[in-house]
Ligand binder design. Structure first.
Ligand code: APR
Length: 233
């Protein structure tokens, strides 16, 4: 049976594709405070602003491409059973050919009913507007897990980590819970790597191997070692 490798990814894996991370820019996310665009309160206060913000994020997806880190994961699939658990809402993992992708914080290209949370749709194009409604006539909202909202895929993600033979954390500052605690579900003998150019500024147990480098360089190197059997799981 193939060994299972789980990738826990965050904004940093998409940075080299040109998508800004959250915490590398003075607490602002594309010039907005997170509280103004990514909370249920923001949605109630100013839904137009929230829609516009996510419309621009969605439009940006048309201008960016997956990078070497995303493609390295596709390579890894040739020999391993690979599961991606991402905090990202972009679709770069999928566009690179990553097969098993679980989105913890939602997906930009999907929208859902404000009345029926399980009523989820693929959005045609990039713009969602006030007045766009679900099949039962209720306003649609971005299919995004905002701050203060539950993370519906958390327990399935924890289960996946617990069944892994190796875990690679890449491009997340491990600031946002519960996603940040997922690696703790790994078996005690499961090797864990963290890839981040600022890995030495992050906090995690000493048993985790840090690679202080960008995802686009470090992940292909690590994948190469795994594929060549230089690292044995
Ligand atoms: N390669 C790898 N890592 C990188 C790169 C790169 N090229 N560039 C930046 N990084 C690292 C940063 O050093 C930082 O540690 O990526 C990390 C990004 O951290 P955050 O911006 O905090 O992103 P993330 O951890 O994904 O944020 C989690 O916060 O706003 C919410 O819901 C949103 O899913 C998001 C969550």
């Amino acid at each position: 049976m193939k060994k299972r490798i789980t990738i826990l990814s965050g904004a940093g894996i998409s940075a080299e594709s040109g998508i800004s991370t959250f915490r590398d820019s003075d607490g602002l996310w594309e010039n907005h405070r997170i509280e103004d665009v990514a909370t249920p309160e923001a949605w109630h206060r100013n839904p137009e602003l929230v829609l516009q913000f996510y419309n621009l994020r969605r439009k940006q997806l048309l201008e960016v491409e997956p990078n070497d880190a995303h493609f390295a994961i596709t390579e890894l699939q040739t020999k391993f059973d690979v599961q991606v658990i991402t905090q990202n809402v972009d679709d770069l993992h999928e566009r690179a050919g990553n097969e098993n992708v679980l989105h913890l914080h939602g997906e930009l290209k999907k929208v859902r009913s404000t009345a029926y949370p399980f009523d989820v749709y693929d959005l045609d194009g990039w713009e969602l507007l006030i007045g766009d409604t679900c099949d039962s006539g209720h306003q649609l909202r971005p299919h995004i897990v905002w701050f203060g909202e539950e993370v519906p895929n958390l327990s399935v993600a924890a289960q996946m980590v617990s069944e892994s033979d190796a875990v690679i954390i890449v491009g997340t500052s491990l600031n946002v819970y519960p996603a940040a605690s997922l690696y703790q579900f790994a078996k005690t003998d499961c090797p864990i790597w963290i890839i981040d150019p600022k890995a030495n500024e992050l906090s995690y147990p000493e048993s985790i191997t840090a690679i202080n480098d960008k995802a686009g360089a470090a992940l292909p190197r690590l994948v190469d070692s795994l594929l060549k059997g230089e690292i044995i799981l």
